[in-house]
Design a binder for this molecule. Structure first.
Ligand SMILES: [Zn+2]
Ligand SMILES: [Zn+2]
Length: 241
């Protein structure tokens, strides 16, 4: 059967040595990175269960989420936005290094698989959309590229067209107050509800880098208003302000 053959071929290819994307050493593995480089990545150890903000101590929910619960039920960010993850993401976004994107997405996919071993996986994955002008300028949406690999790794459906951006927004990093960031992205997204099959009530959204959770919250709110009961938010990295 072609499916079996291609997955066998895929396994064999993964057993061939290749050069680590970060240190260049020859290695055998499934992530395009050697074992040492995978271990040294800047993983987020503890984070707010709702918004993904890195936390220290034993708290599970950050103060901001206690005061104003966000639209997403659960958030996962894999890395701090630091070297070498920032370099890999910039390579994907600005130099079309799709091998960097595949590597990061597979790491996130593997983490999500373990992380959700005692929770229900969402039925559908939706990348956070770019405004069409920015997508046309770049030629692709990096979140959609990442989401394709993550959805395949997890065996869940991908709905890249479910959300769209109604308007361009200022970069969230240029705004200094939480209220200004919320205003900037308020109603920035719209949902093509006709694409939703009946019975879909749990969706995950995926972004490459999260600076504050305001963008994810606006996207999640849009899906909640379209009738999705649970929206989880996943990202490769979280930038600290
Ligand atoms: Zn390496
Ligand atoms: Zn939080």
């Amino acid at each position: 059967m072609p499916g079996e053959k291609s997955s066998l071929l895929h396994c064999l290819i993964e057993l061939l040595p290749c050069n680590c994307l970060l240190c260049g050493r020859l290695h055998v593995g499934q992530f395009d990175l050697c074992r040492e480089c995978v271990c040294e990545l800047p993983y987020i150890e503890r984070a707010c269960d709702r918004c993904g903000l890195p936390l220290s101590g034993q708290t599970r929910i950050c103060g901001a989420c206690v005061n104003r619960p966000p639209a997403m039920s659960h958030s996962v960010s894999l890395f701090h936005y630091r070297r070498p993850v920032d370099r890999l993401i910039a390579g994907l976004k600005f130099h079309e290094r799709f091998d960097y994107g595949r590597c990061l997405a597979r790491l996130l996919g593997q983490f999500i698989q373990q992380h959700y071993s005692d929770r229900e996986l969402p039925q559908v994955l939706v990348p956070v959309p770019l405004h069409w002008r920015r997508a046309r300028h770049r030629g692709f949406n990096q979140s959609a590229v990442l989401a394709t690999t993550v959805a395949r790794a997890l065996g869940i459906s991908l709905l890249p067209e479910l959300l769209w951006r109604r308007r361009r927004t200022a970069a969230q990093t240029s705004l200094y107050s939480a209220a200004a960031r919320r205003r900037n992205v308020a109603n920035a997204f719209a949902c093509r509800s006709a694409l939703l099959e009946s019975g879909i009530d749990h969706v995950a959204i995926l972004d490459d880098v999260v600076t504050t959770a305001a963008t994810l919250n606006a996207a999640a709110l849009c899906l909640r208003r379209a009738g999705i009961a649970r929206v989880d938010a996943w990202s490769i990295a979280r930038a600290s302000r």
